[in-house]
Each structure stands twice: as C-alpha cells, then as structure tokens.
Design a protein around this ligand. Structure first.
Ligand SMILES: Nc1ncnc2c1ncn2[C@@H]1O[C@H](COP(=O)(O)OP(=O)(O)OP(=O)(O)O)[C@@H](O)[C@H]1O
Ligand SMILES: [Mg+2]
Length: 223
C-alpha cells in the first residue's frame, strides 16, 4: 500500500466578492501517520483548504487525490462513502446531535457506515472511558461541559479508525487549561492509532506539537 494518503495538486480556489483567489496553486501531500498543523490569520483560507482536502468543496483548478485516486465530484455517493471510510472530523463547535446521548453520537458514524446499530457498543464505551467520560455516556450534549463535548467529538472522529483526522480549531472554544488537556488527549489517541492529523489552529503551542507546520498566507503555503 502506498504511503501517500492524500494529495493536492495545483489547487486553486476563488470566491465571488474577493479580489484574489483564496488558494493559489497549492501542492500538498499527506502521508500515513502524518502530523500537520496549518496556521494563518483569520480569513486566509484554512477552513477552505480543509474542506477541499475532505472533498467537501471542489477546487476551481487542480485536483485532489485520495489514496492515489483522483476525486470525481460528479459521483457524490461514492465521495460520501470514501469520506466516511477515510476521514474523521472535529470542529470548533462539537456538532454533536442534540437529541442523542454521548455514546449514540460516538457510534453514529459506524451506524451510517454499516447500516447496523448493534455490535459496536463496547468499542464506543471503551473510547469514551479512555477519554475519561465513563460516567457521562448516557448524557445528552447539553448536559455536558464544553470540554466533555469536545472529548465526545474526538471519540466520534476516532470510532471508525480513520486514516486521517481533519480538525478545524478543535479546542478553539475552550479555556486555555481545558484546551490543552483536550488537545493532548486527542494527540495521544491519534498518535497511538497512527491516524494522520491535519490540524487547523491559532494556538502556537498546539501547532508546535505537530511534526510539520504549514503557514497559509496570500493563497500560498510555506513551511
Ligand atoms: N462559501 C463561501 N462563499 C464566499 N466566500 C467564502 C466562502 N467560504 C469562505 N469564503 C471567504 O474565503 C476566505 C477564506 O475563508 P476561510 O473560512 O477558509 O478562512 P479561515 O482561514 O478558515 O478563517 P478563520 O481563521 O477565521 O476560521 C474568507 O474571506 C471568506 O469570507
Ligand atoms: Mg476557519
């Protein structure tokens, strides 16, 4: 199996109303177990870059390869399937489903992937317990603290054993102490599972814990 998980080739993206393209001829390769931070000031296109890597947004020019196969945006069903098999997502705001308990939220990606509801409970329970949430599994998101919600979101991202986790400011809405605690847990788990991480962050000390740091500015990436 190739070591290359994901490749962007000469990717360009513009939005209406902006003078210059947000991304200009971006080339980027993500390898197995890679550990990459993307930093840059607000509005430089970090989230846009992440969405393109996930196949959620189509570049104007250039292409995305996942597992050495060029992404075909006309086949959304296949793209969703690839996304579900390959990626885990963590956002700044947890995006947990409000009417489902912590464990149900964690198991949801597996239920979607396999169309089965049973057989995964112990896996979800183990992940939540390892993240220190064994007494919170049946709580609804609104009954959890901000840090606990983000830990549930981390468990949900890891439950499918993804090759890559895309994390957009995963601790951005937490206080400093909680943010460090949750981030360190996330890093430890992802490293243990050999999951590649692409982390968008404003937190320099989190970026420094990654193997590579890329800076996005004026549509270009520098390392
Ligand atoms: N769907 C869209 N339509 C029009 N403009 C957009 C769209 N998405 C993003 N933009 C614009 O593209 C630029 C980059 O946005 P993006 O969200 O990628 O920045 P960012 O680096 O993630 O910023 P932040 O750090 O604030 O999250 C911004 O100027 C934004 O307004
Ligand atoms: Mg953003």
């Amino acid at each position: 199996m190739s070591n290359l998980l994901l490749k962007l080739h000469e990717v360009t993206k513009s939005f209406k109303g902006l003078d210059a393209p947000v991304l200009r001829n971006i080339n980027l390769e993500i390898l197995n177990g890679d550990n990459v931070a993307i930093t840059g000031v607000s509005g430089t296109g970090k989230s846009t870059l992440l969405h393109i890597m996930a196949g959620l947004e189509k570049p104007d020019d250039g292409y995305l390869e996942i597992n050495s196969t060029k992404v075909d945006y006309s086949n959304q069903a296949k793209l969703s399937q690839i996304r579900n098999n390959y990626y885990g997502f963590i956002y700044q705001f947890h995006h947990l489903l409000p009417d489902f308990s912590a464990i149900e939220n964690v198991l949801m990606p597996l239920v979607i992937r396999t169309n089965k509801e049973n057989g995964f409970y112990n896996k979800g329970l183990k992940l939540l317990s390892d993240l220190g949430l064994e007494n919170r599994i049946n709580h609804l998101p609104h009954e959890l603290s901000g840090g606990e919600r983000q830990r549930v979101a981390i468990a949900r991202a890891l439950i499918t054993d993804p090759s890559i986790i895309l994390a957009d400011e995963p601790t951005g809405n937490l206080d400093y102490k909680n943010a460090n605690m949750v981030f360190d847990m996330f890093l430890e788990f992802a490293t243990h599972l050999k999951t590649a991480i692409i982390l968008v962050t404003h937190a320099e000390d989190h970026a420094k814990k990654m193997k590579k740091i890329y800076r996005l500015s004026e549509g270009k990436i520098t390392s």
